[in-house]
Design a protein around this ligand. Structure first.
Ligand code: 3EB
Length: 350
């Protein structure tokens, strides 16, 4: 069996992981799938171990394939694998290690999370510069205890400040031409984990007409806005890929439907549908439908799973691939967040 050309994404159980690894760019595992379970098989393929329980299914692997043979490499602490036009990378940094290396006695100016985030982004940007992949397309950020407190500031805000500083220091945009992203809370003893996809040609950046751009959020959400686009569209190798950022029950810049999981899920789906409509409007040849999205759904309270599932079933039907995870959302009043990917072949005419 040959993989079709172009980027490919699937969620599979570790046991069903493919025997054929040549065109696999990278893997993310959930549910604390032991490092060992994949080790023998994955050889030098980057694996991002996300410390987040899978809901309603056993352990799951998120597998990104390129459709053409890939080669692996390492730059500082970034493990990566690439083809001629796509690069997958991941980096994990333990805050305790950062703190141990820079004891407070030496006048550490920032929290360990700030330091870990700055280092992760500096090393990611250095990797992309060295490999000549200038365009960060999609980034997944998992940080422990995201709603907790770091020296008097919410840890997510601390992360935002460090991410923005590091991107600017590496000469990158902090608004407008910025990657799609997700930022979620993982288990409290886990490292800061960042994995990403990068390309050689610029994508289209898509914003949601129902929402203020995250990089323009007012200061009530933190001194430094989150740096991400609502979605990114990539035209490459005969296909069109839509990366939808983590999306929540936010209208304008405000969280809506506090405490109401069903309503938050419906609002989130309305946001995703608006974004898909916007992508179809701005990209020649795009005919995406919400029903063909591959989704990752983060649920704060496991007991809310049936409520969330019912809303998704109603809105998306039964044909979509959906992975449910237990995770903390970056605003304390949000109960659910959904990210998505769609890959569609481009016809010659498009
Ligand atoms: C939001 O819309 C919800 O900080 O990278 C979604 C996607 C969210 C990405 C990020 C945060 C991020 O603001 C939170």
């Amino acid at each position: 069996m040959r993989a079709p050309p172009g980027l490919h994404l699937e969620y599979v159980s570790p046991a069903a992981c493919p025997a054929r690894w040549g065109d696999v760019l990278g893997v993310a595992t959930f549910n604390g799938t032991s490092a060992g379970a994949l080790d023998g098989m994955t050889a030098d393929i980057p694996v991002a171990h996300v410390s987040m329980p899978v809901l309603a299914a056993p352990a799951v692997c998120e597998v990104w394939r390129a459709g053409t043979p890939a080669t692996s490499g390492r730059h500082q602490r970034v493990s990566f694998r690439r083809t001629a036009d796509m690069l997958f990378g991941c980096i994990a940094i333990t805050e305790a290690d950062v703190a141990a290396r820079t004891p407070p006695a030496s006048g550490r100016p920032h929290s360990a999370l700030h330091e870990a985030t700055a280092q992760a982004y500096a090393e990611i940007c250095a990797t992309l510069d060295a490999q000549e992949f200038p365009h960060l397309l999609r980034v997944w950020n998992y940080l422990p205890d995201i709603n907790g407190d770091a020296d008097g500031t919410e840890r997510y805000r601390e992360f935002n400040a460090a991410r923005q500083h590091a991107l600017r220091a590496s000469g990158r945009a902090v608004a407008g031409s910025v990657p799609a992203a997700s930022a979620l809370g993982a288990a409290s003893d886990s490292p800061l984990l960042v994995y990403f996809l990068a390309g050689r040609t610029p994508p289209l950046f898509v914003e949601n007409p129902r929402q203020v751009s995250a990089y323009h959020y007012p200061r009530q959400y933190g001194t430094h806005s989150p740096v991400f686009s609502r979605a990114v569209l990539l035209r490459q190798s005969g296909s069109l890929t839509l990366f939808v950022s983590g999306t929540s029950s936010i209208v304008g810049h405000r969280s809506v439907h506090a405490g109401d999981t069903a309503a938050q899920t419906r609002e989130t789906l309305a946001n995703i549908k608006a974004l898909v409509g916007e992508a179809n409007r701005v990209a020649r040849g795009a005919h995406f439908s919400a029903r063909e999205l591959t989704c990752k759904v983060y649920v704060r309270r496991p007991a809310d799973l049936p409520t969330v599932q019912a809303q998704l079933g109603e809105a998306l039907g039964t044909g979509t691939q959906i992975l449910y995870l237990r995770g903390d959302i970056c605003r304390a009043d949000l109960l659910v967040e959904i990210e998505a990917t769609a890959i569609s072949p481009l016809t010659a005419a498009a």
